[in-house]
Structures are given as C-alpha cells and as structure tokens.
Design a protein around this ligand. Structure first.
Ligand SMILES: Cc1cc2nc3c(=O)[nH]c(=O)nc-3n(C[C@H](O)[C@H](O)[C@H](O)COP(=O)(O)OP(=O)(O)OC[C@H]3O[C@@H](n4cnc5c(N)ncnc54)[C@H](O)[C@@H]3O)c2cc1C
Length: 391
C-alpha cells in the first residue's frame, strides 16, 4: 500500500494497474458464451487458466525464481477480488488453481520448490491440498482417518478425503495424514505428504450436482496402500497440523478477497439496474428504500475490503495476525452473502433467471462462508486470540 500504515489504504499506482489489468482480462475473456460452455460441461477452463498464468495472475505472490511475479499477498488479494467481481464461477475456479502450492513454498525443500511450483505458476498444471475428511472438515485436530505408516524408506497411505478441489486433474495432492497413532493430543502426530499424479492406489471421484462453481472440480479421494518416497514428506514430520494452520492463515486472505469481489460485483449490478429500471414513473433508485439498500451494501463492501487489505498488508509485513485474517474471512464472506441477497431483491423476479448474472452470484454466495474454515470455526479462533489479550 502507498501509505505508512494499513489504515492509509490508498493503493500504489502499480497495485491499481494490477487491478485494472485483471479487470480488462476478465471483461475480455469471461464472455457469456464462455460461461455457458463451462457451466454446461463442468470442465476446468484450461484455456482461461493458461492465459491468466501467462499474464502473471496465477501465483502473483510467488517468488520470481519459481515462476511467480514476486508480489505480495495484497496483490494476490487484488487479483482474486477482480476475478470474482467479474464472474464468481470462473474467477474462483481460476484462483483455486494453485490451491496448496504455497504449502510447498512455505515448508518445502529447495528441490520440492523447483520440482513442483513452476508448472503451477506457468499455468501448465494445478495443485490440490487435502485436509477435510468425510467425518468432518472443521476439526482437523482430531485423530485423522487418513494414516501414513513408514515401511523402509517409503510411507504407505490409507484413508480418504472429501471435497478436494482439483484432485482429479492436479499435478499432485498435498495430503494431511496421521503419522503418530499414539500421541496425545493427536494433532501432534500429523504430517503432510506430496502425492504425485498417477501414484497407484489413489482413487479420485469427481463430485457432481453442486449448486454452483460448476467448472471448479470438487472430488472425493481414497488412498489404498499408496506408497510415496521419503522425500515426499513436506515440512517436518509430525508438524503437519501446525504447518496447515500457518498456511490457512494466509490462504484464508484469498477467501476473504472472494467475499469482497462477490459483494462488489453484486453492488455494481444492483446500481446499474436501479438506474435503468423505472417504477412509478421514476428510476428505481429514487425510492428511498432502494437507495438505502444500496448505501448499506456499499458500506459493507468498503468495510470488508478494508479489513481484507489490512490482513493482507500485515501478512506482507511478515506479521500475519490469525485473528485479523479470520475476521477478514468471516466479515467479507458475510458481506458477500448479504450484499448479493439485497442485490437479488433489487432485481425482483429477474434474479431467479440465469440470463441475469446476479443468479450466478446468488448460487455461490453461501459456500464462501463454509470452505477453508466455517464462520463458526473462525469465530472460535477470533475469540481465542481476543481472550488472550490483556484487558
Ligand atoms: C466447493 C468446496 C471446495 C472445497 N475444497 C476443499 C479442498 O480443496 N481441500 C479441503 O481439504 N477441503 C475442501 N473443502 C471442504 C471445506 O473446507 C469443508 O466443507 C469445511 O471445512 C467444513 O467441513 P464439513 O463440510 O465437514 O462440515 P463439519 O465439519 O461437519 O461442520 C458442520 C457444521 O458444524 C459446525 N461446527 C463444527 N465445529 C464447530 C464448533 N466447534 N462450534 C460450532 N460449530 C461447529 C460447522 O461450522 C458447520 O456449520 C471444500 C468444500 C467445498 C464445499
């Protein structure tokens, strides 16, 4: 940010240029025809992903030596916000393309970073990260059902994971496993492993029938005697839970940015519609009940954006604050939901039809409050940090 503190929120000229460039890309590429094609086929939009990567938008915050652009979390937030604002289905699908790659950046060996990251940042491959299990995603501190046991110089993985984005088409899946079956509390015995595409024993099923995010691939994954070499351990043995929390504190910023983008996109549409639609001989916005709605929506967008930028700014200073990251995720996801709901109201019956993009926003609004930590789980985190503070 241009100023000295996160509250001096003016973006630099370069950051504004990134926002403009992403918006231009989305307006050109996310056409109605493209949207229809991917919504119907439910295929991953590889052509869009490669183009976005060529322009440097995928993994913009990854170091240049691994094919990224060397920017910070704030710039990644700006890319996400603009992509989702333009089209949440395609935008979220694209920004999730590198989900989990940052775990390698944070905890990987030099060899792992060079081997896995550049294909993702170049748009040639996708990544996936598997924490959630069929028995629940909110509590990953439990004894995991997915277990890795050491045999010679290999680890043998058995178990299953649920709702894993990109698992069917990714280069690799980073899997959180129980590696110490005795330790108490169990989270002290979890580790992360990189499972390469095509490893025998990995069975991936693409889940269908989703409410939205159709082009994004969501899968269940089962592991039956999956053997990975010792060098595929990611980070420290039995520190996987801590690595995961550290990673989520930062990846959560991207989810907050999804909420901001969703809210801004819905506000854009509602404003335009309220000016164009005439009722009682006047534009809709002249009705005070409508103009107050628009004002409330704009307040939420602005507040969500400030909180999200602040959380990202802190991360860029090396001062990631889990409480602020969680606040940003909870608040921005809620703002997205509420602003979309009010925008739908302003559209009247038209919101219910897919010819109007607001319908697409409506179908996606709820899930942002759920994935990468539900709002209840985030509030637990916020309260825990709040109560630690001196009163
Ligand atoms: C489209 C999509 C993509 C996803 N992608 C991935 C992915 O790539 N990788 C991955 O690992 N996961 C992924 N997820 C999973 C997602 O993170 C989980 O759905 C989420 O963490 C919640 O877990 P759950 O669905 O098992 O719900 P549960 O854990 O069963 O929770 C059910 C309800 O109980 C509430 N609850 C739980 N604990 C508490 C508590 N202590 N206090 C109060 N309430 C509580 C929850 O908030 C929730 O409302 C994805 C999910 C979706 C929908």
């Amino acid at each position: 940010m241009g100023g000295e503190s996160p509250m001096d929120f003016e973006l630099t000229e370069e950051q504004l240029e990134i926002k403009r460039a992403v918006r231009e890309f989305c307006l050109k590429e996310f056409t109605d025809e493209v949207m229809r094609r991917y919504a119907e086929s439910e295929e991953f939009p590889w052509d869009l992903y490669r183009k976005a990567a060529q322009l440097g938008f995928i993994g913009i915050h990854m170091p240049e030596e691994y094919g990224g652009q060397g920017y910070g979390y704030l710039e990644n937030v700006l890319v996400t916000e603009e992509m989702v604002r333009a089209n949440p289905e395609l935008g979220i699908t694209l920004v999730f393309g590198d989900f989990g790659t940052e775990l390698i950046l944070m905890f990987g060996t030099e060899e792992q970073k060079r081997r896995y990251i550049p294909r993702i940042t170049r748009g040639e491959g996708l990544s996936a990260a598997a924490f959630t299990e069929p028995s629940g995603g909110s509590d990953i501190s439990k004894r995991l059902e997915t277990v890795a046991v050491k045999e010679g110089d290999e680890w043998v993985i058995n178990g299953s994971k649920m709702f894993i984005t990109n698992a069917n088409i990714s280069d690799f899946i980073i899997v959180l496993c129980q590696t110490d079956l005795e330790v108490e509390p169990p989270y002290r015995g979890q580790s992360l492993f990189i499972v390469d595409r095509g490893t025998p024993g990995v069975d991936v099923d693409k889940l269908t029938g989703k409410l939205g995010l159709k082009p994004s691939q969501t899968c269940s994954v089962s592991f039956s005697d999956v053997r990975v070499p010792e060098e595929n351990l990611l980070g420290e043995l039995n520190r996987g839970f801590y690595h995961t929390l550290q990673y989520l504190n930062e990846s959560r910023l991207e989810i907050a940015a999804q909420g901001v983008g969703l809210a801004q996109g819905a506000l854009d549409m509602a404003l335009k519609y309220a000016k164009e639609r005439t009722l009682f001989g006047e534009p809709l916005y002249r009705l005070q009940a409508v103009s107050h709605k628009l004002a409330d929506m704009a307040i939420k967008v602005e507040a969500a954006r400030l909180l999200t930028y602040k959380a990202a700014w802190l991360a860029d200073q090396g001062e990631t604050d889990p409480m602020i990251s969680s606040m940003a995720k909870v608040y921005a996801a809620r703002a997205g939901f509420e602003v979309v709901e009010e925008a739908a109201q302003i559209f009247g019956g038209y919101f219910f039809f897919e010819d109007y993009p607001i319908e697409r926003f409506y179908r996606i609004a709820k899930v942002i409050e759920v994935y990468e930590g539900t709002k209840e789980v985030q509030k637990d985190t916020i309260a825990r940090f709040l109560l630690k503070r001196p009163t």
